[in-house]
Design a protein around this ligand. Sequence first.
Ligand SMILES: *[C@@H]1O[C@H](CO)[C@@H](O)[C@H](O)[C@H]1NC(C)=O
Ligand SMILES: *[C@@H]1O[C@H](CO)[C@@H](O)[C@H](O)[C@H]1NC(C)=O
Length: 380
Amino acid sequence: MTVTTGSAGTLSSTCRPIALTALVLHCCLHEGLAQKEQKFELDIPRVTVEELERNVTLRTGLHAYVLHGFAHKWKAMNWTLDYLMGKIPFEWVDYYPNNMRDVSSKPYLWKFDKAVREFQIPKEFRTGKPKYMQIRLGLRGWKRLKKDFVPKPLPEVFWDDDEWIGSCMSQDGKVDQSAINNFFVTNQWKFLLIGEEGTSMFFHKDGTAASSWQVQLVGKKRWTLCPNSESQLLHTELDTYNPDYSKFPRFAQAACGQVTVSPGELLYYPAYWWHHTLQLESPSISYTGALVGVEADRSDLGTGRKPHMRFYADLQEKCARCWKKGVSQRQCDDISVKWAGAAPPPLRSVCDEYLPKCLELWSVHAKDLHGRKSSGHAEL
Ligand SMILES: *[C@@H]1O[C@H](CO)[C@@H](O)[C@H](O)[C@H]1NC(C)=O
Ligand SMILES: *[C@@H]1O[C@H](CO)[C@@H](O)[C@H](O)[C@H]1NC(C)=O
Protein backbone atom coordinates (compact mmCIF):
# COMPACT_ATOMS: atom_id res chain seq x y z
CA MET A 1 0.00 0.00 0.00
CA THR A 2 1.19 3.45 -0.84
CA VAL A 3 0.58 6.32 1.49
CA THR A 4 2.19 9.44 0.25
CA THR A 5 0.14 12.15 1.91
CA GLY A 6 -2.04 12.58 4.97
CA SER A 7 -0.95 13.40 8.43
CA ALA A 8 -1.10 11.18 11.47
CA GLY A 9 -4.63 10.10 12.29
CA THR A 10 -6.20 10.87 8.92
CA LEU A 11 -7.01 8.13 6.48
CA SER A 12 -5.27 8.89 3.25
CA SER A 13 -7.07 8.19 -0.01
CA THR A 14 -4.83 5.31 -0.98
CA CYS A 15 -6.17 3.18 1.85
CA ARG A 16 -8.67 0.70 0.50
CA PRO A 17 -12.18 1.90 1.43
CA ILE A 18 -13.24 -1.27 3.17
CA ALA A 19 -14.83 -1.67 6.58
CA LEU A 20 -13.08 0.38 9.17
CA THR A 21 -11.93 -2.52 11.21
CA ALA A 22 -9.36 -1.98 13.84
CA LEU A 23 -6.88 -3.62 11.55
CA VAL A 24 -7.37 -1.18 8.70
CA LEU A 25 -7.33 1.75 11.05
CA HIS A 26 -4.13 0.44 12.53
CA CYS A 27 -2.52 0.09 9.14
CA CYS A 28 -3.35 3.60 8.05
CA LEU A 29 -2.52 5.25 11.30
CA HIS A 30 0.76 3.47 11.20
CA GLU A 31 1.56 4.49 7.65
CA GLY A 32 0.28 7.99 8.26
CA LEU A 33 2.90 8.23 10.94
CA ALA A 34 5.58 6.80 8.68
CA GLN A 35 8.72 8.85 8.42
CA LYS A 36 8.70 11.73 6.00
CA GLU A 37 12.45 11.83 5.54
CA GLN A 38 15.01 9.32 4.42
CA LYS A 39 17.07 8.18 7.44
CA PHE A 40 19.64 6.07 5.56
CA GLU A 41 19.24 3.22 7.98
CA LEU A 42 20.55 0.51 5.68
CA ASP A 43 23.81 -0.64 7.25
CA ILE A 44 26.86 -0.67 4.98
CA PRO A 45 29.40 -2.42 7.21
CA ARG A 46 33.15 -1.85 7.17
CA VAL A 47 35.03 -5.13 7.28
CA THR A 48 38.57 -6.45 7.00
CA VAL A 49 39.54 -9.15 4.53
CA GLU A 50 39.51 -11.70 7.37
CA GLU A 51 36.03 -10.65 8.48
CA LEU A 52 34.71 -10.89 4.94
CA GLU A 53 36.30 -14.29 4.49
CA ARG A 54 34.43 -15.62 7.53
CA ASN A 55 31.12 -13.85 6.93
CA VAL A 56 28.75 -16.11 5.01
CA THR A 57 26.16 -13.33 4.65
CA LEU A 58 28.48 -10.83 3.05
CA ARG A 59 30.07 -13.50 0.87
CA THR A 60 26.75 -14.05 -0.91
CA GLY A 61 27.61 -10.84 -2.77
CA LEU A 62 24.06 -9.63 -2.13
CA HIS A 63 24.98 -6.81 0.28
CA ALA A 64 27.03 -3.65 0.04
CA TYR A 65 30.09 -3.33 2.26
CA VAL A 66 33.37 -1.45 2.56
CA LEU A 67 36.56 -3.50 2.67
CA HIS A 68 39.65 -2.01 4.28
CA GLY A 69 43.18 -2.85 5.34
CA PHE A 70 44.38 -4.59 2.17
CA ALA A 71 45.62 -1.91 -0.26
CA HIS A 72 48.82 -0.67 1.40
CA LYS A 73 50.90 -2.73 -1.05
CA TRP A 74 49.10 -1.41 -4.11
CA LYS A 75 51.10 0.91 -6.34
CA ALA A 76 47.76 2.52 -7.20
CA MET A 77 47.75 4.05 -3.71
CA ASN A 78 50.54 6.36 -4.92
CA TRP A 79 48.78 7.46 -8.09
CA THR A 80 48.91 11.08 -9.19
CA LEU A 81 47.40 12.71 -12.26
CA ASP A 82 50.87 13.13 -13.79
CA TYR A 83 51.68 9.44 -13.29
CA LEU A 84 48.40 8.46 -14.99
CA MET A 85 49.02 10.89 -17.85
CA GLY A 86 52.31 9.12 -18.51
CA LYS A 87 50.68 5.67 -18.39
CA ILE A 88 47.47 6.10 -20.39
CA PRO A 89 47.60 9.35 -22.43
CA PHE A 90 45.78 7.55 -25.29
CA GLU A 91 42.62 6.53 -23.44
CA TRP A 92 39.33 8.31 -24.11
CA VAL A 93 37.64 10.41 -21.47
CA ASP A 94 34.13 11.66 -20.91
CA TYR A 95 35.03 15.12 -19.64
CA TYR A 96 32.39 17.13 -17.75
CA PRO A 97 33.60 20.72 -17.27
CA ASN A 98 30.51 21.56 -15.24
CA ASN A 99 29.91 18.53 -13.07
CA MET A 100 27.72 15.51 -13.89
CA ARG A 101 24.93 16.22 -11.49
CA ASP A 102 22.07 15.80 -13.96
CA VAL A 103 21.12 13.10 -16.39
CA SER A 104 21.34 15.82 -19.05
CA SER A 105 25.01 16.78 -18.41
CA LYS A 106 26.91 16.34 -21.65
CA PRO A 107 30.60 15.48 -21.77
CA TYR A 108 33.39 16.35 -24.14
CA LEU A 109 35.13 13.32 -25.61
CA TRP A 110 38.80 13.99 -25.12
CA LYS A 111 42.01 12.04 -24.91
CA PHE A 112 43.20 11.61 -21.33
CA ASP A 113 46.26 13.86 -21.62
CA LYS A 114 44.16 16.79 -22.89
CA ALA A 115 41.56 16.22 -20.18
CA VAL A 116 44.15 16.19 -17.39
CA ARG A 117 45.79 19.39 -18.68
CA GLU A 118 42.39 21.07 -18.65
CA PHE A 119 41.59 19.63 -15.22
CA GLN A 120 44.82 21.03 -13.79
CA ILE A 121 44.26 24.65 -14.89
CA PRO A 122 44.91 26.73 -11.78
CA LYS A 123 41.92 27.78 -9.73
CA GLU A 124 42.16 31.50 -10.55
CA PHE A 125 41.45 30.82 -14.24
CA ARG A 126 38.47 28.61 -13.64
CA THR A 127 34.79 29.07 -14.32
CA GLY A 128 33.89 28.18 -10.74
CA LYS A 129 32.13 24.96 -11.70
CA PRO A 130 33.83 21.77 -10.47
CA LYS A 131 35.10 19.32 -13.08
CA TYR A 132 34.59 15.61 -13.37
CA MET A 133 35.77 12.93 -15.79
CA GLN A 134 35.32 9.26 -16.47
CA ILE A 135 37.88 7.22 -18.36
CA ARG A 136 36.64 4.07 -20.08
CA LEU A 137 39.71 1.85 -20.03
CA GLY A 138 40.31 -0.32 -23.04
CA LEU A 139 42.51 -3.39 -23.00
CA ARG A 140 45.69 -1.40 -23.71
CA GLY A 141 45.12 0.97 -20.80
CA TRP A 142 44.15 -1.84 -18.46
CA LYS A 143 47.33 -3.75 -19.27
CA ARG A 144 49.33 -0.68 -18.26
CA LEU A 145 47.50 -0.24 -14.94
CA LYS A 146 46.61 -3.73 -13.74
CA LYS A 147 49.98 -4.31 -12.07
CA ASP A 148 49.16 -1.43 -9.72
CA PHE A 149 46.28 -3.43 -8.16
CA VAL A 150 48.31 -6.36 -6.88
CA PRO A 151 47.69 -8.33 -4.70
CA LYS A 152 43.93 -8.61 -5.05
CA PRO A 153 42.04 -9.45 -1.86
CA LEU A 154 40.03 -12.71 -1.83
CA PRO A 155 40.43 -13.67 -5.50
CA GLU A 156 37.38 -15.96 -5.48
CA VAL A 157 35.09 -13.19 -4.17
CA PHE A 158 36.60 -10.51 -6.42
CA TRP A 159 36.81 -12.97 -9.32
CA ASP A 160 37.23 -10.65 -12.29
CA ASP A 161 37.74 -10.87 -16.02
CA ASP A 162 41.49 -11.46 -15.70
CA GLU A 163 40.44 -14.95 -14.56
CA TRP A 164 37.97 -15.78 -17.35
CA ILE A 165 37.97 -13.47 -20.33
CA GLY A 166 41.01 -14.98 -22.08
CA SER A 167 39.46 -18.46 -21.89
CA CYS A 168 36.10 -17.63 -23.45
CA MET A 169 37.19 -14.87 -25.85
CA SER A 170 39.65 -16.93 -27.82
CA GLN A 171 39.71 -18.85 -31.04
CA ASP A 172 41.94 -21.80 -31.91
CA GLY A 173 43.84 -21.29 -28.68
CA LYS A 174 44.56 -17.63 -29.48
CA VAL A 175 43.19 -14.88 -27.24
CA ASP A 176 41.09 -12.41 -29.26
CA GLN A 177 42.41 -9.07 -28.00
CA SER A 178 40.12 -6.92 -30.10
CA ALA A 179 37.08 -8.78 -28.76
CA ILE A 180 38.21 -8.21 -25.18
CA ASN A 181 38.81 -4.54 -25.88
CA ASN A 182 35.34 -4.32 -27.44
CA PHE A 183 33.78 -5.97 -24.39
CA PHE A 184 35.57 -3.52 -22.06
CA VAL A 185 34.60 -0.33 -23.86
CA THR A 186 31.05 -1.24 -24.90
CA ASN A 187 30.14 -2.29 -21.36
CA GLN A 188 32.07 0.44 -19.53
CA TRP A 189 33.68 -2.45 -17.75
CA LYS A 190 36.67 -0.62 -16.25
CA PHE A 191 36.40 3.00 -15.27
CA LEU A 192 38.71 5.58 -13.78
CA LEU A 193 36.82 8.38 -12.07
CA ILE A 194 38.46 11.71 -11.34
CA GLY A 195 36.64 14.67 -9.88
CA GLU A 196 36.89 17.84 -7.87
CA GLU A 197 35.22 18.39 -4.54
CA GLY A 198 31.48 18.83 -4.98
CA THR A 199 31.20 16.79 -8.17
CA SER A 200 28.63 14.10 -8.29
CA MET A 201 27.46 11.45 -10.67
CA PHE A 202 23.68 11.55 -10.65
CA PHE A 203 21.63 8.86 -8.88
CA HIS A 204 21.15 5.80 -11.08
CA LYS A 205 21.46 2.08 -11.41
CA ASP A 206 23.61 0.48 -14.08
CA GLY A 207 22.08 -0.91 -17.25
CA THR A 208 23.57 -4.38 -16.92
CA ALA A 209 23.43 -6.82 -14.00
CA ALA A 210 27.11 -6.81 -13.06
CA SER A 211 28.19 -6.12 -9.49
CA SER A 212 30.78 -3.42 -8.87
CA TRP A 213 33.79 -2.79 -6.72
CA GLN A 214 35.23 0.67 -6.50
CA VAL A 215 38.50 1.39 -4.79
CA GLN A 216 39.16 4.91 -3.54
CA LEU A 217 42.76 5.92 -4.24
CA VAL A 218 43.01 9.66 -3.64
CA GLY A 219 40.57 11.89 -1.72
CA LYS A 220 37.32 10.92 -0.04
CA LYS A 221 33.96 10.11 -1.56
CA ARG A 222 30.45 9.91 -0.14
CA TRP A 223 28.00 7.30 -1.43
CA THR A 224 24.27 6.76 -1.28
CA LEU A 225 23.28 3.16 -2.02
CA CYS A 226 19.84 1.58 -2.34
CA PRO A 227 18.99 -2.01 -3.33
CA ASN A 228 17.26 -2.79 -6.61
CA SER A 229 14.17 -3.83 -4.63
CA GLU A 230 13.58 -0.13 -3.80
CA SER A 231 13.54 0.94 -7.46
CA GLN A 232 9.88 1.97 -7.49
CA LEU A 233 10.64 4.56 -4.77
CA LEU A 234 13.66 6.05 -6.58
CA HIS A 235 14.32 8.33 -9.52
CA THR A 236 17.34 9.55 -11.49
CA GLU A 237 16.36 13.18 -10.85
CA LEU A 238 16.45 12.68 -7.10
CA ASP A 239 19.34 14.41 -5.30
CA THR A 240 19.87 12.08 -2.36
CA TYR A 241 22.17 14.65 -0.69
CA ASN A 242 19.43 17.26 -0.67
CA PRO A 243 16.16 15.44 -1.34
CA ASP A 244 13.16 17.39 -2.58
CA TYR A 245 10.43 15.49 -0.75
CA SER A 246 7.68 17.52 -2.41
CA LYS A 247 8.76 15.92 -5.70
CA PHE A 248 9.91 12.52 -4.41
CA PRO A 249 7.99 11.83 -1.18
CA ARG A 250 8.36 8.07 -1.58
CA PHE A 251 12.14 8.30 -1.19
CA ALA A 252 11.55 8.58 2.57
CA GLN A 253 10.34 4.96 2.63
CA ALA A 254 13.24 3.43 0.69
CA ALA A 255 15.78 1.21 2.49
CA CYS A 256 18.94 3.14 1.66
CA GLY A 257 22.33 3.69 3.25
CA GLN A 258 25.17 6.19 3.08
CA VAL A 259 28.86 5.72 3.63
CA THR A 260 32.09 7.71 3.16
CA VAL A 261 34.96 5.86 1.53
CA SER A 262 38.57 6.93 2.19
CA PRO A 263 41.81 6.19 0.31
CA GLY A 264 42.71 2.51 0.47
CA GLU A 265 39.11 1.38 1.00
CA LEU A 266 37.01 -0.56 -1.44
CA LEU A 267 33.23 -0.40 -1.77
CA TYR A 268 31.39 -3.44 -3.11
CA TYR A 269 27.74 -3.33 -4.21
CA PRO A 270 25.54 -5.87 -5.98
CA ALA A 271 24.15 -5.68 -9.51
CA TYR A 272 21.40 -3.14 -10.21
CA TRP A 273 21.85 -1.29 -6.91
CA TRP A 274 21.16 2.43 -7.14
CA HIS A 275 24.15 4.63 -6.37
CA HIS A 276 24.87 8.32 -6.07
CA THR A 277 28.39 9.63 -5.50
CA LEU A 278 29.76 12.91 -4.15
CA GLN A 279 33.45 13.79 -4.14
CA LEU A 280 34.43 15.33 -0.82
CA GLU A 281 38.00 16.36 -1.74
CA SER A 282 40.01 17.59 -4.75
CA PRO A 283 41.11 15.61 -6.53
CA SER A 284 39.25 12.41 -5.90
CA ILE A 285 40.62 9.47 -7.88
CA SER A 286 38.99 6.07 -7.87
CA TYR A 287 38.85 2.93 -9.98
CA THR A 288 35.77 0.82 -10.61
CA GLY A 289 35.72 -2.70 -11.92
CA ALA A 290 32.71 -4.86 -12.71
CA LEU A 291 32.18 -8.46 -11.62
CA VAL A 292 29.98 -11.23 -12.93
CA GLY A 293 29.56 -14.74 -11.56
CA VAL A 294 30.19 -13.76 -7.94
CA GLU A 295 26.63 -13.27 -6.61
CA ALA A 296 24.33 -15.89 -5.13
CA ASP A 297 20.76 -16.30 -6.42
CA ARG A 298 18.40 -13.45 -5.61
CA SER A 299 14.66 -12.90 -5.73
CA ASP A 300 14.37 -9.35 -7.08
CA LEU A 301 15.27 -9.96 -10.72
CA GLY A 302 11.87 -10.81 -12.12
CA THR A 303 11.95 -14.03 -14.10
CA GLY A 304 15.39 -15.44 -13.26
CA ARG A 305 17.24 -15.72 -9.97
CA LYS A 306 20.82 -15.81 -11.20
CA PRO A 307 22.44 -12.38 -11.63
CA HIS A 308 24.91 -13.70 -14.21
CA MET A 309 22.03 -15.01 -16.34
CA ARG A 310 20.43 -11.60 -16.12
CA PHE A 311 23.72 -9.96 -17.10
CA TYR A 312 23.93 -12.26 -20.11
CA ALA A 313 20.35 -11.37 -21.09
CA ASP A 314 21.18 -7.64 -20.76
CA LEU A 315 24.12 -8.03 -23.12
CA GLN A 316 22.19 -10.13 -25.62
CA GLU A 317 19.49 -7.47 -25.64
CA LYS A 318 22.12 -4.91 -26.67
CA CYS A 319 23.46 -7.37 -29.23
CA ALA A 320 20.00 -7.94 -30.71
CA ARG A 321 19.77 -4.24 -31.58
CA CYS A 322 22.84 -4.63 -33.80
CA TRP A 323 22.83 -8.17 -35.16
CA LYS A 324 20.02 -10.26 -36.67
CA LYS A 325 20.30 -13.97 -37.26
CA GLY A 326 21.11 -14.76 -40.88
CA VAL A 327 21.70 -11.07 -41.75
CA SER A 328 25.34 -10.08 -42.13
CA GLN A 329 24.66 -6.31 -42.19
CA ARG A 330 24.86 -4.55 -38.83
CA GLN A 331 21.47 -3.15 -37.77
CA CYS A 332 22.67 -0.39 -35.43
CA ASP A 333 24.72 2.79 -35.89
CA ASP A 334 28.37 2.97 -34.98
CA ILE A 335 28.56 6.39 -33.30
CA SER A 336 32.32 5.99 -32.82
CA VAL A 337 32.65 6.67 -36.57
CA LYS A 338 31.14 10.13 -36.13
CA TRP A 339 32.50 10.84 -32.65
CA ALA A 340 35.96 9.45 -32.08
CA GLY A 341 36.17 7.99 -28.58
CA ALA A 342 32.48 7.15 -28.28
CA ALA A 343 31.71 3.50 -27.54
CA PRO A 344 31.40 1.33 -30.66
CA PRO A 345 28.70 -1.35 -31.07
CA PRO A 346 29.35 -4.86 -29.75
CA LEU A 347 31.23 -7.10 -32.16
CA ARG A 348 29.28 -9.93 -33.71
CA SER A 349 31.90 -12.45 -32.58
CA VAL A 350 31.44 -11.27 -28.97
CA CYS A 351 27.65 -11.57 -29.19
CA ASP A 352 27.37 -14.85 -31.05
CA GLU A 353 30.48 -16.86 -30.20
CA TYR A 354 32.22 -15.60 -27.10
CA LEU A 355 29.49 -14.56 -24.67
CA PRO A 356 27.83 -18.00 -24.62
CA LYS A 357 31.24 -19.50 -23.72
CA CYS A 358 31.77 -16.86 -21.02
CA LEU A 359 28.32 -17.58 -19.55
CA GLU A 360 29.39 -21.16 -18.90
CA LEU A 361 32.41 -19.97 -16.94
CA TRP A 362 30.33 -17.52 -14.90
CA SER A 363 27.83 -20.26 -14.07
CA VAL A 364 30.55 -22.63 -12.92
CA HIS A 365 32.14 -19.99 -10.72
CA ALA A 366 28.84 -18.90 -9.13
CA LYS A 367 28.03 -22.53 -8.43
CA ASP A 368 31.43 -23.16 -6.87
CA LEU A 369 31.05 -20.13 -4.64
CA HIS A 370 27.41 -20.47 -3.62
CA GLY A 371 26.13 -23.64 -5.30
CA ARG A 372 24.34 -25.84 -2.82
CA LYS A 373 23.78 -23.18 -0.20
CA SER A 374 21.90 -20.86 -2.53
CA SER A 375 19.98 -23.46 -4.54
CA GLY A 376 17.19 -23.60 -1.99
CA HIS A 377 17.75 -27.28 -1.24
CA ALA A 378 19.29 -27.50 2.19
CA GLU A 379 22.10 -29.98 2.31
CA LEU A 380 21.91 -32.34 5.23
C1 LIG B 1 28.39 -10.50 8.89
O1 LIG B 1 28.40 -9.11 8.68
C2 LIG B 1 27.20 -8.46 9.03
C3 LIG B 1 27.34 -7.01 8.64
O2 LIG B 1 28.42 -6.43 9.29
C4 LIG B 1 26.92 -8.61 10.51
O3 LIG B 1 25.69 -8.00 10.82
C5 LIG B 1 26.88 -10.08 10.83
O4 LIG B 1 26.73 -10.25 12.22
C6 LIG B 1 28.14 -10.77 10.36
N1 LIG B 1 27.99 -12.21 10.55
C7 LIG B 1 28.90 -12.96 11.15
C8 LIG B 1 28.59 -14.39 11.27
O5 LIG B 1 29.93 -12.47 11.57
C1 LIG C 1 54.43 4.77 -2.34
O1 LIG C 1 55.30 5.88 -2.13
C2 LIG C 1 56.02 5.84 -0.91
C3 LIG C 1 56.75 7.15 -0.76
O2 LIG C 1 57.48 7.46 -1.93
C4 LIG C 1 56.94 4.63 -0.92
O3 LIG C 1 57.64 4.56 0.29
C5 LIG C 1 56.10 3.38 -1.09
O4 LIG C 1 56.93 2.25 -1.19
C6 LIG C 1 55.23 3.47 -2.32
N1 LIG C 1 54.31 2.34 -2.32
C7 LIG C 1 54.27 1.43 -3.30
C8 LIG C 1 53.36 0.27 -3.08
O5 LIG C 1 54.88 1.54 -4.33
